[in-house]
Design a protein around this ligand. Structure first.
Ligand code: ADP
Length: 537
């Protein structure tokens, strides 16, 4: 029977009912030895120890010694009533925050203390989580530099909330380790190296793969050695991770705009730090905030790249305007000089034999100007999708011989036509002639020391292939991939070739509109073969 200092019988009976039947956890301990003298059922349920176990223990077994040394509180020494918030350890090793009220009490004639205990861990945890989240939001807001942002938030929660903090980002099928934090730098280095050697993909059979596929979180309150033995088949890995003392773990998806973009994991290596549902809620919220930062950083990076690209395009355009003005000025200057000479000669000697020669030169300049202006008009049509085809069935040989005939008038190159004759194709004959002429003009321009050009027509698998081969300067392999780009011109340091870098770009567009293909095979110093293929209908 319990006894009170000042004890009318009825009060004793009431107290006994309150102690043994009450829902409030209570225990009585010896104020000198601090051994437990009695404990009620609610406390037995709360701490997880049986009554017998309780009675063999003393206060420090559930209340760590460092707390008992607290200046504010010396259980047993004072005759005052106390209320204190502290941490107790349950039988399952879980460390929980509690509120304890202590009263002086006599138990079976001994000076004792009666304690009422309340588990306030939920409230405390919620408060702590809120502090973490608010601080994390402050650190993460407007942060475009991901690593610094993650470093700041990790400083908030390692080691207070977690000992391992890992952020993984999905890149295609692969889960990349974006950030890992641990108090031990050797462990971080090990984790990075381990992930490089053991990549994780979306089809991974472990926890991470499951989260990525389903969006479901994982909470393992108690990670035991037996569990690790069963899950980790790699003996070497087991040898490394066992001493890390992994005790409790949470892994959650990082979700942005309903899309799983990665995972965030928290592992406790402290025996008493056991995660529960409340921690899981916090972890999910935390992961959402990190996901937002990553998304912001991605959008920021994307817009920076776009700005860079726009700047580059503007620079290219400015450069192009310089090139175009120069290219237009050359034939214009020649034309203007020719007209002045014609004027002078005509006035002095209208029958002069120089006149036809000057007229030819003038016409050549006009043709050049015409070609440049047509290219400029064509390129603006391509830009707005206005380059239209007017198709009809034509004999390809006619287009080729017309083009060659024209070229022979203006150059001394020998053009050899080979392959199929009389092939009919459905195409825009003027546009295809423009492509052939562009190839031929380039072949002449870029083979100053060779006089032979071959043009070949072949039929291959439902397509007709037209190729123009020269034996000129050729093109460097790494330049080839840009050759059909707008404004692209190979920089031949020293030698100047006229041109706007538009002919091949427009040719590629014309062939694309015909649903054909275009390409080049080339070897520097040996020559080039430009070709296009058109479907035969
Ligand atoms: P351009 O009017 O400047 O010649 P193109 O678009 O026709 O423009 O050609 C783009 C670039 O491709 C040229 O500036 C040149 O560097 C390279 N090129 C084109 N044809 C040949 C060729 N037959 N041999 C070597 N280089 C060539």
């Amino acid at each position: 029977m319990l006894s009170d200092t000042n004890n009318p019988v009825s009060a004793n009976i009431n107290f006994e009912i309150l102690f043994y039947e009450g829902l409030q956890p209570m225990w009585i301990f010896d104020s000198g030895t601090r051994k437990f003298l009695e404990v009620n059922q609610a406390a037995i349920t709360m701490y997880g120890y049986s009554r017998e176990e309780f009675l063999l223990m003393s206060l420090p077994d559930i209340w760590p010694v460092e707390d008992l040394g607290d200046q504010k509180f010396k259980p047993g020494e004072s005759n005052q009533n106390y209320t204190i918030e502290s941490e107790h350890i349950y039988k399952n090793r879980k460390r929980v925050e509690v509120e304890i009220m202590i009263f002086p009490f006599y138990f079976k004639g001994k000076a004792a203390r009666l304690a009422f205990v309340k588990d306030i861990s939920e409230r405390k945890k919620r408060e702590a989580h809120l502090v973490f989240l608010n601080k994390a939001s402050e650190d993460l807001a407007l942060s475009f530099e991901v690593t610094t942002a993650l470093k700041n938030v990790s400083a908030l929660i390692v080691p207070k909330f977690t000992n391992w903090f890992t952020v993984n980002l999905l890149e295609g099928e692969q889960l990349k380790l974006l950030y890992v934090s641990n108090e031990n730098p050797d462990y971080i280095a090990w984790a990075i190296d381990h992930r490089i050697k053991n990549p994780v993909t979306i089809s991974d059979t472990g926890v991470q793969g499951h989260i990525l596929r389903t969006g479901e979180s994982s909470l393992v309150p108690y990670v035991t050695d037996e569990m690790l033995d069963e899950l980790v088949t790699d003996k070497e890995l087991l040898r490394v991770i066992k001493p890390m003392n992994l005790r409790s773990s949470i892994s959650v998806p990082m979700i942005v705009k309903n899309k799983i973009i990665g995972t965030v994991s928290f592992i406790s290596t402290i025996d008493e730090k056991i995660y529960d549902e409340l921690d899981l809620v916090f972890a999910k919220d935390f992961a959402i905030r990190i996901g937002l930062v990553l998304e912001n950083a991605r959008i920021h990076q994307q817009s920076m790249t776009e700005i860079e690209e726009r700047k580059k395009a503007e620079n290219k355009k400015d450069e192009f305007i310089g090139v175009a003005s120069h290219e237009l000025k050359t034939p214009l200057t020649t034309l203007s000089a020719t007209l002045q000479m014609l004027d002078r000669i005509y006035k002095n000697d209208p029958e002069s034999r120089k006149i036809p020669e000057l007229l030819r030169s003038g016409n050549k300049s006009v043709a050049k100007l015409n070609q440049l202006v047509s290219q400029l008009l064509d390129v603006s049509k391509v830009e707005v999708g206005q380059l239209k085809l007017h198709k009809s069935t034509v004999n390809l040989s006619d287009i080729i011989s017309d083009s060659c005939h024209f070229i022979e008038l203006i150059s001394e190159h020998d053009i050899q036509i080979k392959g199929e004759q009389n092939l009919e194709v459905l195409c825009d004959s003027q546009r295809i002639e423009q492509v052939v002429l562009n190839f031929l003009n380039n072949a002449i321009k870029y083979s100053p020391d060779s006089k032979t050009i071959e043009i070949c027509v072949e039929k291959i698998n439902g397509f007709v292939k037209v190729s123009v081969t020269d034996f000129g300067i050729g093109i460097d392999p790494e330049k080839l991939k840009h050759i059909f780009d707008r404004y692209y011109r190979v920089d031949y340091s020293g030698i100047q070739y006229s041109g706007l870098g538009l002919g091949l770009y427009i040719s590629a567009e014309i062939i694309r509109l015909h649903k054909g293909s275009i390409g080049v095979d080339s070897e520097p110093g040996k020559g080039s073969m430009f070709w296009f293929k058109l479907p035969i209908v």
